[in-house]
Design a protein around this ligand. Structure first.
Ligand SMILES: Nc1nc2c(ncn2[C@@H]2O[C@H](COP(=O)(O)OP(=O)(O)OP(=O)(O)O)[C@@H](O)[C@H]2O)c(=O)[nH]1
Ligand SMILES: *[C@@H]1O[C@H](CO)[C@@H](O)[C@H](O)[C@H]1NC(C)=O
Ligand SMILES: *[C@@H]1O[C@H](CO)[C@@H](O)[C@H](O)[C@H]1NC(C)=O
Length: 406
């Protein structure tokens, strides 16, 4: 048995402290008549995602777990399980000085809406209940990829405990007192519902964590179940408010506007690691111009959402200006940046992109995918949504169209 003590930092987040003690899941004993499973003992499923993954892939990983749980609940199974939402902590792309702050899901999303889809609880709600005692996990399963995903050329679903590996896992959520009794390495490939078989290895466990939750795949991507879950992930209304104020001030409209085009121009690590897929500023401007002209040659306003450094953005702006476009870009004030971190600013930009007449995204960026989904939910014609920037030269694959299923 491996015993790890994770004496981390005092969780110093003002944000967390400001959160009210909201109820735990649907099953708060103080609220009579609300809960069918009142007498059932609750089991908590925790998950974590590889440090290098960004906000938008993490949103998808959440959906895999939420759908796994909710589809079981709908069948009347696994009713004693609740999903724990890990805080947003130490994200690789968030460059604003966020220190050791833990950002709760409720900062970014309408948690009430999420709870209507899946039985979820934020880690801090549980931690606050446990404190000052240690929150002890019965088991942490650290998922690993198989070395060779294919057997005789076929991808087969499977998992296997890997005794040869010493997989450490740091539950680096900045909490002071979280411990695990045992860490088990498991090679895994295939659909997420296989995790139930792993959880069944120790049926008495009540607090179980899956590390590398990004490894299991959706059971069924793009189904009605997928979209029901996706629709429940509404943004917190203060971001909707900030986006609306921006749009009113700069574009004189605030919802489903027909007077601007939006572009998600993903740079940074993308421009480096996928330089073959990501066009130069000049080529981007030429492509935007071409697509806008085909859509509606009267449109002259372009909103650019981007993680580009200012110099690169200015380059794009100067090319677009030369083509007679007026370019818009949201710049947060220092107060907004410190309250919501880079993640919040990105959310505002996603909302602005979701309300434009026409959208052009970056190929294979999950940030772009989430905008496309938002537009599907808002009911835009798919032709105005599934458009991409192509590489400067060479083959340009058509963007896949994941259209809504209601
Ligand atoms: N403000 C802003 N931030 C962005 C933009 N694009 C990317 N980012 C930042 O970069 C992070 C990485 O993008 P994500 O899409 O979340 O990361 P990911 O899940 O790894 O997905 P990929 O885009 O596929 O890499 C985002 O969470 C933002 O913090 C943008 O257009 N505007
Ligand atoms: C986590 O991400 C890093 C960087 O992308 C990668 O090298 C590593 O293999 C990933 N870990 C697992 C278990 O997939
Ligand atoms: C866990 O990660 C944190 C940073 O997030 C680090 O400071 C700490 O030393 C790590 N703990 C262990 C046991 O590796």
């Amino acid at each position: 048995m491996i015993f790890i003590h994770l004496i981390l930092f005092l969780f110093s987040s003002l944000v967390i402290n400001a959160i009210k003690n909201s109820d735990i899941g649907h099953c708060d004993a103080n609220r009579k008549g609300e809960c069918e499973h009142k007498n059932m003992e609750t089991k908590f499923l925790y998950y974590d995602v590889n440090l290098s993954e960004g906000f938008n892939l993490r949103r998808d990983v959440y959906m895999r777990f939420a759908i796994m749980l909710t589809t079981a609940h709908k069948r009347g199974e696994k009713l004693d399980w609740t999903l724990i939402l890990p805080p947003w902590y130490n994200l690789y792309h968030w460059k604003a000085n966020t220190g050791r702050r833990l950002f709760p899901w409720s900062l970014y999303f309408d948690i009430k809406s999420m709870k209507q889809y899946a039985r979820v609880v934020e880690l801090h709600e549980l931690y606050d209940r446990t404190a000052p005692k240690v929150l002890r996990l019965d088991r942490v399963y650290v998922l690993q990829n198989f070395e060779n995903p294919f057997e005789n050329g076929h991808f087969v679903e499977k998992w296997a405990i890997n005794k040869d590996s010493d997989c450490q896992h740091n539950m680096s959520w900045g909490y002071q007192k979280i411990e695990a009794k045992e860490i088990i390495c498991v090679r895994f490939q295939g659909r997420i519902s296989q995790l139930w078989d792993i959880l069944a290895l120790h049926p008495d466990d009540k607090n179980v964590m899956i590390a590398h939750g990004e490894i299991p795949l959706h059971d069924n991507y793009g189904t009605k179940e997928y979209w029901d879950c996706r629709k429940s992930m509404q943004f917190n209304e203060h971001f909707v408010y900030i986006a609306s104020v921006y749009l009113r001030e700069h574009l004189h409209c605030d919802f489903q506007c027909n007077n601007y085009v939006s572009v998600h121009w993903r740079r940074q690590d993308f421009a480096l690691s996928r330089y073959k897929e990501v066009p130069s500023a000049k080529s981007s401007a030429i492509q935007i111009d071409k697509m806008v002209k085909e859509f509606d040659s009267a449109l002259k306003n372009v909103y650019v959402a981007t993680d580009a450094p200012t110099s690169e953005l200015n380059e794009l702006i100067s090319h677009l200006s030369a083509l007679n476009y007026k370019v818009f870009h949201f710049i947060p004030d220092a107060e907004e940046l410190s309250a919501y971190s880079d993640g919040g600013i990105a959310v505002v930009e996603q909302i602005i992109c979701s309300r434009s007449a026409f959208f052009i995204g970056t190929h294979e960026s999950t940030f772009t995918y989430r905008i496309q989904e938002e537009r599907e939910i808002l009911g835009y014609p798919s032709d105005t949504t599934f458009n991409r920037l192509c590489p400067d030269s060479g083959f340009c694959e058509k963007p896949s169209r994941w259209t809504i299923v209601n």
